[in-house]
Design a protein around this ligand. Structure first.
Ligand code: NAG
Ligand code: NAG
Ligand code: NAG
Ligand code: NAG
Ligand code: NAG
Ligand code: NAG
Ligand code: NAG
Length: 570
């Protein structure tokens, strides 16, 4: 865990020279690396791996939050009254004493080592109480070093579920940015201290520049082997199906109006009476009939909705409410359970599109993704649960929802950007990314014409009464289908793709250079196709090539700064 992070595909000065050529050429999107391990206790969920400190200590974190990232300190394991097992160790704990870069002495802004509430995401239905401190810590992204990243270090903590039980914390969170470039902490007469964010630093200060202060993510599904995708300065168009809704963020939050939740079936017979059911959001509570504001929250696990809504959904499912957890457990002995979680049935969330009430967008979450598991320490024996959590607090859609949705953000001028929401594909997704650059003026992004039902067709079983889709005998192997309907629109030949796949060697570099030139020439002629024309296919994330070192502590730009305090509340 403490070993320095060595990226294996290059070494020495030669690569550095080649790579700086490679990167100078294009401000190209930057891939985050996903962990081989998956985590609970309410998943399984995918997580990203980063190096924390110098040398980088490998730690897995749930990505996608704003402002401060959160890591655990070794003392998290010492409080045996919370748990005798240290669950936080699985994903990794940060040891400040082994890092040469760790600044925590002079930040006067709270929490200052005191106990207080420390929610990880937007939701508040599960209380999180932590003893925490601020720190600026270097982050190592497979060789790309980001100095002074804004962290909260947690020395003690626990979560309190609706029934009153306290449970240990398990996996920290990774913030990618905020509607500011830095978090600046005043220090009396000394220079203010500047905490950075990963995406803002890569955009503004790093040699390996990305073209905008933005990111695009599909967390995927650990249970259904959909790998996570997280790209800074761009996104994978194959993870965006159909229309994209772009709406303003609000400080650290990603709010959107949720108009309704329906039950539907993509193919075959319905497990319910009739083809589906609508108006479930407001069923039994007409005050919800004009919709509610929900926040997309990758740092939280569940769907946090009004009690009446969760109960309306639950009344259509073989589940029972568990007051200790505020969640519903599936009744696996009920024959409807398998009919629902293995068939093309889904929850359909309808939102206002683009922040206007004249257009709508719908995101379908198959029940196959809602057969999630509660594990120790939340329960003694694993159980399957349905992730609707009743709340009278903040309504939010966490990872359970984001398994099926793409989300991203572009912090244009920090205050004027939008965040993006779209349908993501199922397990038959195209594993080769169609990496697409987000520029620093893009207020929306383009989706693909890939089919959603097709990306699930080999992985669900329509209920009889319909014509069965032929099952692909390779359906369960790791060979996923590639190249869906409009894949060729990126205009790269197979040969070019293969060339890139070799890696960013000399040949690869030449090809990339030629491609960039060709694409930018094409783009010049097609002025009205903003995002599509900028697409280029890049190698697999793990083959992402990055420089070994950056002169990371040398500021490249000096900008006027204001005293900014983050959203951490104590
Ligand atoms: C241990 O955890 C409990 C909550 O279960 C908390 O009240 C207590 O303050 C913690 N002890 C220490 C030493 O942090
Ligand atoms: C800074 O971190 C060290 C090591 O974890 C800790 O002992 C110390 O109390 C921290 N200082 C402050 C001011 O929080
Ligand atoms: C933080 O940024 C401000 C504005 O760019 C600069 O004046 C100040 O020196 C920086 N602080 C440090 C410690 O680098
Ligand atoms: C995308 O939006 C357009 C215009 O609102 C609409 O006609 C089209 O049906 C939508 N496509 C999908 C896949 O929802
Ligand atoms: C009914 O909706 C209101 C919001 O309009 C909410 O405050 C209340 O908690 C809901 N009631 C139930 C039982 O969910
Ligand atoms: C439900 O989830 C559990 C745990 O991931 C898995 O073992 C089981 O096969 C799933 N059931 C179905 C029908 O997908
Ligand atoms: C942001 O932080 C970096 C690194 O500490 C620093 O070089 C830069 O001057 C800061 N910029 C602003 C605008 O505060």
């Amino acid at each position: 865990m403490l070993s320095p992070w060595l990226a294996p595909f290059w070494s020495g000065a030669t690569s550095l020279v080649l790579l700086s050529l490679c990167n100078d050429a294009m401000g190209r999107p930057f891939y985050m690396r996903w962990s081989d391990k998956t985590y609970g206790p309410d998943g399984p969920w995918n997580a990203v791996t980063i190096g924390v400190g110098n040398p980088g200590q490998e730690i897995d974190l749930y990505p996608g939050s704003t402002w401060e990232s959160r890591v655990f300190l070794p003392s998290i394991c010492s409080n045996k009254s919370i748990s005798s097992t240290c669950y936080a160790r699985d994903a990794g704990i940060f040891h400040p004493e082994f890092s040469s870069t760790f600044e925590n002495e002079s930040i006067s802004l709270g929490p200052n080592g005191e106990w207080g509430p420390g929610q990880f995401g937007a939701a508040d239905a599960v209380g999180t109480t932590v003893e925490a401190d601020r720190a600026l810590i270097e982050v190592d992204l497979a060789g790309t070093l980001i100095p002074d990243v804004d962290f909260i270090t947690i020395s003690q903590g626990y979560q309190t579920y609706p029934g009153g039980g306290n449970y240990p914390l398990q996996v920290g969170i990774l913030a990618l940015g905020a509607p500011d470039i830095n978090q600046t902490f005043s220090r009396g007469s000394s220079d203010p201290l500047n905490g950075t964010f990963i995406a803002s630093y890569l955009w503004k200060y790093a040699d390996v520049g990305i073209s905008s202060y933005s990111w695009g993510m599909h967390i995927g599904s650990a249970a259904h082997k959909i790998e996570g995708s997280l790209i800074l300065g761009g996104y994978d168009k194959n993870r965006v199906i159909g229309n994209v809704s772009a709406q303003p963020y609000s400080g650290p939050h990603f709010p959107i109006e949720l108009l309704d939740i329906e039950l539907g079936v993509a193919d075959g017979e319905s497990p319910w009476d009739g083809p589906g059911k609508s108006r479930l959001l407001a069923q039994g509570n007409s005050s919800l009939s004009s919709g509610i504001t929900v926040k997309a929250s990758p740092a939280d696990p569940y769907l946090y909705l009004p009690e009446s809504t969760c109960d309306a959904l639950a009344s259509e499912l073989p589940v029972t409410y568990q007051p200790d957890y505020g969640l519903y457990f599936w009744d696996e002995s009920d024959p409807r359970y398998l009919r629902i979680v293995t068939s093309p049935s889904y929850l359909d969330f309808t939102f206002n599109k683009d922040g206007v009430n004249t257009e709508k967008i719908s995101i379908k979450v198959p029940f196959a993704l809602l057969n999630l598991t509660l594990d120790a320490p939340l329960v003694e024996e694993s159980v399957r649960y349905f992730p609707c959590m009743r709340t009278t607090g903040t309504y939010a859609l966490g990872r359970a929802f984001l398994q099926a949705a793409f989300m991203g953000v572009n912090y244009i001028d920090q205050d004027n950007g939008n965040w993006f929401l779209a349908q993501a594909p199922g397990p038959g997704y195209s594993v080769t990314p169609r990496t697409t650059t987000i520029t620093d003026t893009d207020s929306t992004i383009a989706g693909s014409n890939n089919g959603w039902a097709e990306s699930w067709a080999d992985y669900w079983t329509p209920l009889s009464g319909s014509v069965d889709k032929p099952q692909d005998s390779n359906g369960d192997s790791d060979v996923k289908s590639d190249g869906k309907s409009d894949d060729s629109s990126d205009g790269l030949s197979t040969g070019a793709k293969a060339g890139i796949g070799i890696g960013c060697g000399v040949a690869g570099l030449l090809i990339i250079g030629l491609m960039v030139w060709a694409v930018s020439r094409r783009q010049g002629r097609k002025a009205n196709i903003p995002v599509e024309a900028k697409s280029i296919n890049l190698p697999h994330p793990y083959r992402q090539v990055v420089p070994a070192q950056l002169s990371a502590h040398t500021p490249i730009y000096e900008l006027a700064s204001s005293q900014k305090e983050g959203p951490y509340e104590i």
